[in-house]
Design a protein around this ligand. Structure first.
Ligand code: TXA
Ligand code: MG
Length: 322
C-alpha cells in the first residue's frame, strides 16, 4: 500500500492503478471511498474481497459529469434532473435504472444502480482521469466505522488497498443521503449528508423506508452497522450509575455533562451546529475505539437536519451492544 498526497501527479498514478484493476482509496466530501473501475467486474470484485463485505450489498457509482451519468443510467423522471441540478456535486445518491454497461456485481443483481457526483476535487479529478465511473463503498471493513481521513483507511484496510490518496479530512463526515424515486413516491433509503427537509423543498414529500433485515438492499438499512470495537451506549443517569468504576469515554453534542465521571470527553460542536457535529462523529469514534476505554457513552441528539443521519449511525452502533 502506498499512502500518497493527492497531488495532480499522484492522482494520475492512482488513475493508472484503477485502469489496471487495482484499488484506490480516495477522499470525498462525505467519507473516504474504496474505489475500483466501476465498469470492470474483476476490479469491482476486489472491493468486496478487501472489505470482507457480503456481496449482496450493491455499490455506488461515482461520476464526474452528467454525460457519464447518462452512459450508465436511464433518467425517466423529471425530478431526478431537478435534484442533480440542485444537489450535484454533493452528498445525494440516486437509485436509477441501470444501463447494460453496468456490471451486475456493482448492483448485486438489481436492475437499479446507485449514482452520485462527489463534491470533492480529488475525487472528480480521479474519475475524469480514468474516464469511467468509479465504484466505491466507504473505505472501511464491513460493519466497522466509516473513515473520514486517510489514516483511518490505512488503519483498517492497510495492505488490502494499492493506493490511498490523502486529501485531508472529509468536510461532511457522514455518508450521502440515498433516495429512490418510483411511480409511487419518493423514498429515503438512508439519511445522510443532505437533509431530507432540503430534498422535500425540491420534490415534495419524501417517505422514510423502514429497515428491512430480510432484504437489505441498502445496508444503510441494517439494524447493526457502523459500530466501534468497544461497547457504546446512549448516555443516561442509569448507565452512569452502573459503570461508576469503569473507564468511560463521553461524547456530547454541544456541552459536557458530569465531566468528572469520564476518562475522556469530546464535544461534537460547541456551537451546536449539526454539520460540524457530523464532520466530527466518525473521527471521534475512531479516536475513542483506539484508547484504553471500557465503554463509550454518547448523548442522543435531536433528529432534525443532519441530526437524523447522526442518530441513525449512533443507533446502529448502540444496537450492536444491546
Ligand atoms: O457518501 C457515500 O455514499 C460514500 C462515499 C464513498 O460516496 N459511500 C458509501 O457507500 O457510503 P456504501 O457502499 O458504504 O453505501 C452504499 C449504500 C448501501 O447501503 C447500498 O446498499 C446502497 O447504497 N445501494 C447501492 N445500490 C443500491 C440500489 N441499487 N438500491 C438500493 N440501495 C443501493
Ligand atoms: Mg458503508
Amino acid at each position: 500500500m502506498k499512502l500518497l498526497e493527492a497531488t495532480e501527479k499522484n492522482i494520475k498514478i492512482a488513475a493508472d492503478v484503477l485502469k489496471s484493476e487495482g484499488l484506490v482509496a480516495f477522499p470525498t466530501e462525505t467519507v473516504y471511498g474504496l474505489g475500483a473501475d466501476g465498469l470492470n467486474p474483476i476490479a469491482v470484485a476486489k472491493i468486496f474481497e478487501a472489505k470482507e463485505r457480503p456481496t449482496f450489498n450493491p455499490l455506488i457509482l461515482h461520476v464526474s459529469s452528467i454525460e457519464m451519468l447518462n452512459n450508465i443510467a436511464e433518467i425517466k423522471n423529471e425530478k431526478i434532473t431537478q435534484l442533480t441540478e440542485k444537489f450535484w456535486p454533493g452528498a445525494l445518491t440516486l437509485i436509477l435504472h441501470k444501463k447494460e454497461i453496468v456490471p451486475y456485481i456493482v448492483t448485486s443483481g438489481l436492475e437499479t444502480v446507485a449514482v452520485r457526483m462527489p463534491d470533492n476535487k480529488v475525487a472528480l479529478e480521479l474519475i475524469k482521469n480514468i474516464g469511467k465511473p468509479i465504484a466505491a463503498p466507504s473505505a472501511n471493513s464491513f460493519g466497522r466505522l466509516s473513515p473520514t481521513s486517510a489514516e483511518h483507511v490505512a488503519n483498517q484496510l492497510g495492505e488490502k488497498v494499492d493506493i490511498i490518496l490523502d486529501g485531508g479530512k472529509c468536510n461532511i463526515g457522514v455518508e450521502s443521503t440515498i433516495l429512490e424515486i418510483t411511480e409511487t413516491g419518493n423514498y429515503l433509503l438512508r439519511p445522510g449528508g443532505i437533509p431530507k427537509e432540503d430534498i422535500e423543498k425540491i420534490i415534495g414529500k419524501v417517505i422514510i423506508k423502514g429497515s428491512d433485515i430480510e432484504n437489505p438492499n441498502s445496508p444503510g438499512q441494517l439494524k447493526i452497522h457502523y459500530a466501534p470495537k468497544i461497547p457504546i451506549y446512549f448516555y443516561s443517569k442509569k448507565i452512569i450509575e452502573e459503570n461508576k468504576n469503569k473507564k468511560v469515554g463521553g461524547i456530547f453534542f454541544s456541552e459536557i455533562k458530569n465531566d468528572s465521571l469520564f476518562e475522556v470527553t469530546k464535544v461534537l460542536s460547541k456551537s451546536g451546529d449539526f454539520k460540524e457535529a457530523a464532520s466530527n462523529l466518525f473521527n471521534t469514534l475512531h479516536n475513542f475505539e483506539n484508547r484504553n476505554l471500557d465503554l463509550i457513552l454518547v448523548e442522543p441528539i435531536k433528529k432534525v437536519s443532519l441530526g437524523t443521519a447522526i442518530m441513525d449511525r449512533l443507533t446502529k452502533a448502540v444496537n450492536k451492544y444491546k
